[in-house]
Design a protein around this ligand. Structure first.
Ligand SMILES: NC(=O)c1ccc[n+]([C@@H]2O[C@H](COP(=O)([O-])OP(=O)(O)OC[C@H]3O[C@@H](n4cnc5c(N)ncnc54)[C@H](O)[C@@H]3O)[C@@H](O)[C@H]2O)c1
Length: 356
């Protein structure tokens, strides 16, 4: 049964008596795939029936850890007629091919960030979408961190929503994250695999979160980048400073750093109304003179972000029940790709403002 046969029947998908839930294949069985599996296991109406991975060691791990699931080396070996969706957890260099494969077979396609690398890939996506009855669903999981949900609610209750919004977001890490030891653990420093350095890797989360918290999409960007002066990673940036500007007047700066002294994720938003500041699990707000602090365990330091994926998959099911027609997230992801491409251009032009 394909994706369309399920959604074209009335009633919520996965909740109909006597009907199976949606069946999917996980593509790339590495670090983040484990977070996706946690989310899927906590979401009614979804199951993984196949795994595809190019690494023999990862396929062996999948056979051990996921009994009953078909484990394959190539996308082409999938029995697509038995699937409703594929979930792409491969590194960035393989996203476009995976997306095209899923759309060619009219499947729903979930995909990790960075969805795609540039405008040319976006154009290829548009062509694939036109010819498909499936749809693309980008996984924007940081929006589901409990402390980010609380921050969004705090910002909605004050003047920030009207553009009185100045943001400073910091993603501090002591090095790049390493992927599974069974494949190419340092792929984030290989331009041909990761498509860049920290801007490509962490930039998407910061851009879509900024748009989410501001409530609109950015229209201009400027950026400074720093690469190591020598050594094996000299062609991938390890520090990025970006400013995004929005039509509403909001401005969000962010720093992404793989050379920080310690690990921390923080989002500060201020305006004439006061400020809201999130540091990992701690949310502090002072709005119109009233201060409040709360602690919301949010697992920012869990590289699999297992607890955030239930929200992602529930959102995916909601999208399925609308037949994949609400393109909101897909548009957010497209703007994110354009912002990051423009940021690289800005850095190459000495930090000039670039229209997105
Ligand atoms: N949303 C988040 O919070 C988050 C966190 C970490 C990683 N990610 C993203 O998830 C993706 C994977 O990152 P990771 O950290 O899990 O990497 P990883 O190296 O741990 O795992 C990648 C897996 O994909 C497999 N693979 C590589 N090329 C393949 C191909 N062409 N076909 C099938 N399998 C292939 C590898 O063998 C490996 O098992 C990246 O796009 C990354 O940016 C997102």
């Amino acid at each position: 049964m394909g994706f369309r046969q399920l959604v074209e029947e009335p009633g919520p998908v996965g909740a109909r008596q006597g009907k199976p839930g949606l069946r999917g294949a996980l593509i790339g069985y590495g670090t983040i795939a484990e977070g996706h599996l946690t989310g899927i296991s906590r979401t009614d109406g979804l199951e993984i029936t196949a795994v595809v991975d190019v690494s023999p060691a990862r396929r062996a791990a999948a056979r051990r850890e996921l009994p009953g699931v078909r484990v394959l080396a190539e996308l082409d070996e999938l029995s697509v007629g038995e699937l409703d969706f594929i979930d792409l957890c491969t590194p960035p260099h393989a996203h476009l091919d995976g997306i095209r494969f899923g759309l060619r077979h009219d499947l729903a396609v979930l995909c990790e960030k960075p969805l795609l690398l540039d405008r040319r890939e976006l154009e290829a996506l548009e062509l694939a979408e036109k010819a498909s009855r499936g749809f693309l669903f980008p996984c924007h999981n940081y929006r589901f961190a409990p402390s980010v949900i609380a921050m969004k609610a705090a910002l909605e209750g004050c003047g920030a929503a009207d553009g009185d919004f100045r943001g400073h977001f910091r993603t501090l890490r002591t090095s790049h994250a390493r992927g599974t030891a069974d494949w190419r653990p340092d792929w984030r420093r290989e331009r041909s695999v990761g498509g860049g350095g920290i801007l490509r890797d962490h930039g998407p989360h910061s851009v879509y979160l900024a748009a989410h918290l501001v409530g609109s999409r950015p229209d201009r960007v400027r950026c400074d980048l720093r690469r190591p002066e020598g050594g094996p990673y000299a062609d991938t940036e390890e520090y990025a400073f970006l400013s995004l500007s929005f039509a509403s007047g909001a401005v969000v700066d962010f720093e992404l750093d793989w050379t920080a002294a310690g690990r921390q994720t923080s989002y500060l938003v201020s305006g004439s109304w006061g400020h809201v500041r999130l540091i990992d699990d701690d949310l502090e707000q002072c709005v119109d003179g009233t201060a409040r602090r709360s602690r919301l365990p949010s697992d920012f330091n869990d590289p699999r972000h297992g607890n955030w994926f239930k929200g992602v998959f529930e959102e995916f099911l909601a999208e399925v029940s609308e037949g994949g027609r609400s393109a909101r997230l897909r548009e957010d992801a497209a703007v994110t790709i354009r912002v990051i491409e423009a940021a690289y251009r800005s850095a190459a032009l000495g930090g000039r403002w670039i229209d997105v």
